[in-house]
Design a protein around this ligand. Structure first.
Ligand code: FBP
Length: 257
């Protein structure tokens, strides 16, 4: 039986994503947040439901204070064209590193999607044999995907995540509550969490978070908006008020004063 209780509370979650060093390169970083120790400190002080790392960072920095979600595949943004993200870490290795869940990105619509489906299938079997939850980054992407954030693309990708056995599906919010409700419905019994994207102003982030939880998502798996912020722990507290305690945006904003 897969237990989500180690990485979710009351069915809700706030994860801190820090795999951008691989996905985007150090362009996302400054002198402070380039250091994984800084991120782990935010994760601990902000009481995140989990921290998302690649294996190299986990091996050298992870301190077991916040549940570890280990990303098992990755790619850089240097290769253009239809994306393929291949496996770089095994479930066995993730368990050795102390992971409480594993993650894998699938680019639905890429000409390489079959390769990712195949790897994901094996990972799903092994992770679930060990009772480990599997989080799928379900991102529609590739030449044949006209609009990666349309209602249809997002719902299709989320549904594929359910069909393939993901426990939690990570997707993007396109700003349309009705579309998100359809994405969540398409994901069925798989839970849905939303990515943060590039840094935006705090007011918009708070408003979006409110919309996201009101329309069926369980929370956020967010990176840049937190660790590029001047006061990441305060911001995390504000987001948690909305996600875990049903606060309204105005009430959450008070955490930032
Ligand atoms: P952010 O909140 O910083 O957007 O992180 C979420 C995330 O899914 C990361 O886990 C991943 O590295 C990145 O976004 C992928 O971004 P992109 O959509 O540019 O491939």
């Amino acid at each position: 039986m897969v237990k989500l209780s180690k990485i979710m509370k009351k069915g809700k979650a706030l994860y801190l994503a820090y795999d951008q060093g691989m996905e985007h390169g150090p362009t996302d970083f400054n002198d402070r947040n380039v250091d994984p120790n800084y991120i782990l400190e935010i994760a601990e002080k902000g009481k995140f439901s989990g921290v998302i790392l690649q294996k190299g960072v986990a091996e050298k920095y992870y301190n077991h204070k916040v549940p570890l979600i280990l990303k098992l595949n990755g790619k850089t943004n240097l290769v253009k064209g239809d994306p393929l993200s291949s496996q770089v870490c095994s479930v066995k290795e993730a368990i050795k590193l102390g992971a409480k869940a594993v993650g894998y990105t699938i680019y639905v619509g890429s000409v390489h999607e079959q390769k990712m489906f195949k790897e994901f299938g094996k990972i799903e079997e092994e992770a679930h044999d060990h009772g480990l939850p599997l989080i799928a980054w379900m991102y529609p992407r590739g030449k044949s995907v006209k609009n990666p954030v349309s209602r249809e693309s997002l719902a299709y990708a989320a549904r594929v995540g359910l069909e393939l056995g993901a426990d939690i599906i990570k997707t993007k919010y396109n700003g349309k509550p009705a579309d998100l409700r359809w994405v969540v419905k398409s994901a069925g019994k798989a839970k849905v969490v939303i990515a943060g994207g590039p840094k935006k102003d705090v007011k918009s982030l708070i408003k979006e978070t409110y919309e996201i939880v009101k329309n069926g998502a369980c929370g956020l798996a967010i990176g840049r908006n937190i660790w590029q912020h001047e006061e990441p722990v305060k911001l995390a507290k504000a987001l948690k008020k909305i996600i875990f305690y049903d606060a309204k945006p105005k009430e959450a904003m008070r955490e930032l004063k």
